[in-house]
Every structure is written in C-alpha cells, then in structure tokens.
Design a protein around this ligand. Structure first.
Ligand SMILES: Cc1ncc(C[n+]2csc(CCO)c2C)c(N)n1
Length: 232
C-alpha cells in the first residue's frame, strides 16, 4: 500500500508546481529580487521561525516516544543555529544587517500560516501537528533541489548559499517527519486521515501565500502612526 504521505504529496502537487513557478522563487533562480522583497521575506520568516520553534515545543509536549522527542529537539536547535544562514544570504544581498529585520509583527499571510499550525495543534493530536508542519521542510527541499538542478549556480550567484542550504539537505527532516506521520496513519480511521490531508494541503497553500506575501510586500491594510504604541 502507498505511504500515506505519498498520497498527501500527490494531492498537493498542483500547489507544489505553483510554488516552483512563483515569481519570488523564480527571482531566487534569476537573482532578480528587489531589496524590499528580500527584507520583507526575512522580517516575516524570522517571526515565522520563532512560531515554528514554539510549535515543535507543543509537539514535544504531545510525544510519548523518546526518539520522536529527540527529533523535534534536534530540529529546534537546527532552526536556532543553522536556519539563520539562508536569512544571512538574503540580508547580504539586500545590504542590511540581520538584526535590523527582527521584531516586526506578522503580516496577514504569515499570521494566517502560524495560526493554522497552532489550530491544528490545539484541536488535534501529535499527527495533526506534524501534518500541518510537514509542508515547511518538504516544499523547501524540493525548491532547493529544483533550482540546483536547473541552474547549477556558480558560487558568484547571489543566492548560491540559499540554494545549497536547502538543496543539499536531501530529504533528511522531511523523511523523518514523514515516518512519524506514516506510522501513526496506519491505525487511523479514514475520517482522521482526511483531516490530516486538510491540514497538510492548507499548509501547502499557505507556503504559496508566504512567497506571495513577500513578493507583493503584503502588510495590514491601514498604516498606524507611532501613537498606536503604548506609552508613545
Ligand atoms: C515559510 C517558511 N517555510 C519553510 C521554511 C523552511 N524551514 C523552516 S524550519 C525548517 C526545518 C524544519 O524542521 C525548514 C526547512 C522557512 N524558512 N519558511
């Protein structure tokens, strides 16, 4: 029988293809992104990763298996210590420091994505959380691979480091999260598996929306003056 996560990947294929064709991803390939687009991406992704780390924390609180706890723990360290490299690459190209892009509020699509993962964690079990978290590494490793295959970049390419960071990673964490999900799916009812499919597909759509948010500099509709800060 096909792996459950293979069914998820097939159902999400139109979204994966749309992500590969998205102008932000094409802009990484072609080295044509604007400074403001790179900065918006890093501002949003820094906060997204803070949330993602917390969601691993929630996932740990639902674990019964020590090896799964260890996996989530390793991933938290990986995000804290290594996932900063692709951000540094974008900062260097934009000509800003990483610190300048930290501490901004989440824009609508990034906010929506984080709330979706938190909702899956709130309403469901460990497998609901993992289904909502899996598109994050899965889409990025496929993007990285595809860009490396397609353009085989020279070290002088502005996004050489970004492409190698994600593309060289093989399917490590993606494969490990898939195993957690495939294992638990073996004993789930069709209705439960349908719910996991919904969580997974929504996160894939939100991955697309995250790229689109960065490309279009999406933000909240009304600019608020400093007076909106308490004590300002
Ligand atoms: C919106 C968004 N989606 C995916 C990633 C990539 N990513 C984030 S955390 C992680 C490791 C998972 O354990 C990976 C691969 C990103 N940076 N931003």
């Amino acid at each position: 029988m096909a792996r459950f996560t293979e069914e998820l990947r097939s159902a999400a294929d139109p979204i994966f293809q749309a992500i590969f064709d998205h102008p932000f991803v094409r802009g990484i390939a072609e080295g044509t992104l604007q400074k403001a687009q790179l900065m918006h991406y890093v501002k949003q992704d820094f906060e997204y990763l803070n949330a993602y780390i917390r969601i691993y924390g929630i996932a740990i609180s639902r674990c019964t298996d020590r090896s799964v706890m260890a996996l989530f723990n390793e991933q938290i360290s990986f995000i804290l210590n290594s996932e900063t490299h692709p951000h540094q690459n974008f900062c260097e190209v934009a000509g800003v420091t990483y610190e300048q892009l930290q501490g901004y509020p989440l824009a609508p699509s990034a906010d929506h994505y984080v709330r979706h993962m938190l909702n899956a964690a709130h309403e469901g079990a460990l497998e609901d959380i993992v289904a909502a978290m899996l598109p994050c590494p899965w889409t990025y490793v496929e993007i990285g691979r595809k860009l490396l295959d397609e353009i085989n970049p020279e070290p002088s390419h502005p996004f050489y480091d970004w492409m190698h960071f994600y593309g060289d990673r093989e399917f490590g964490i993606t494969e490990q999260l898939r195993h957690v999900l495939d294992d638990s799916a073996q004993t789930l009812t069709p209705a439960r598996k349908q719910r996991l499919m919904e969580h997974f597909l929504k996160s894939c759509q939100l991955e697309y929306m995250f790229w689109d948010m960065a490309y279009r500099l999406e933000d909240w509709p009304v600019d608020l003056p400093q007076a909106a800060e308490v004590g300002a």
